[in-house]
Design a protein around this ligand. Structure first.
Ligand code: AMP
Length: 284
């Protein structure tokens, strides 16, 4: 049975009963669970004795014109999936419980949050770090699992945990994809049939760039142009960014060197914004 904890008080009472020596694993989500999320639950299960997930559609990480109100919330189906996966507990707080009136403290990472999604979604990562630190303080997990699907989010959270001495180990789970390469996302349900058919081009663009790199092209501008040219095969796709970045700091690089690189893409299909990424290995 997955125990559903609907407020901070019940979570704290549950957490207080976790015995010393029991390793607690945590998977934060916004719900509308798919196989990508479930792979993180399985990873947490391997790494811990007890697994807790959270579902919280965090208003703080949505911009004013983003999809907060229409974000899918199939809570009963989500609970069934957590049950089936043997997740021990679900933290399912309300917005009012998480952000009491007058809350005026934010957590901001100021470097890794800057480029890529940070540049086009102002305040997004501040919303993420604020809620994730709150969740860490409430759940007090030994280990927390995040998806490589949101590579920049992983990097920002790892930096926050290091900089603020948060006593939690962060694990990254690999990207789970559909058979045609599209990365699973709760937002894929927004796609029209035509847009869904075009969406695998994001992954194809990453693969094309990885191939060009393997064939000897190391110039990041040229690599990004190759990625954009693949996206341009469909007029339904409006690229937002296509970038080749340092894999850890996410800083700009002119050429891909010994450290390898993060290939990162964001694009709109209709009103739906999708992201994807691929890490290309260091030379040699
Ligand atoms: P979200 O519910 O979108 O906030 O995602 C919750 C967690 O699931 C985050 O750590 C995401 O990176 C991760 N996640 C989302 N999609 C995937 C995927 N396709 N593969 C692996 N992890 C994913």
């Amino acid at each position: 049975m997955t125990l559903v904890l609907r407020d901070k008080a019940s979570l704290r009472a549950w957490r207080a009963k976790v015995t010393e020596g029991t390793r607690l694993g945590f998977v934060p989500t916004m719900g509308a669970l798919h196989e990508g999320h479930m792979s993180l639950m399985a990873r947490a299960r391997e790494a811990a004795d007890l697994v807790i997930a959270s579902i919280f559609v965090n208003p703080l990480q949505f911009g004013p014109n983003e999809d907060l109100s229409r974000y899918p919330r199939p809570i009963e189906a989500d609970i069934d999936k957590l049950e089936a996966a043997g997740v021990d507990a679900l933290f399912l707080p309300s917005v009012e419980d998480m952000y009491p009136q007058g809350a005026s403290t934010l957590v901001e990472e100021t470097l890794v949050s800057g480029p890529l999604c940070g540049a086009v979604r102002p305040g997004h990562f501040r919303g993420v770090t604020t809620v994730v630190l709150k969740l860490f303080n409430l759940v007090q997990p030994h280990v927390a699992v995040f998806g490589q699907k949101d590579a920049q989010q992983c990097a920002v959270i790892e930096r926050m945990v290091r900089d603020l001495d948060v006593p939690v180990e962060i694990l990254r789970g690999p990207i789970v994809r559909e058979a045609d390469g599209l990365a699973l996302s709760s937002r894929n349900v927004y796609l029209s049939a035509e847009d869904r058919a075009a969406a695998p081009l994001l992954h194809k663009s990453l693969e094309a760039v990885a191939e060009a790199y393997a064939a000897g092209e190391h110039d990041t501008e040229k690599l990004a142009q190759i990625g954009l040219s693949v996206l341009a095969r469909s007029e339904r796709i409006k690229a937002q960014y296509w970038e080749v970045r340092d894999p850890e700091s996410l800083g700009a690089i002119a050429t891909v060197g010994m450290r390898g690189a993060l290939l990162a893409v964001a694009a709109y299909l209709g009103t739906t914004r999708l992201i994807d990424n691929l890490v290309i290995g260091p030379e040699g």
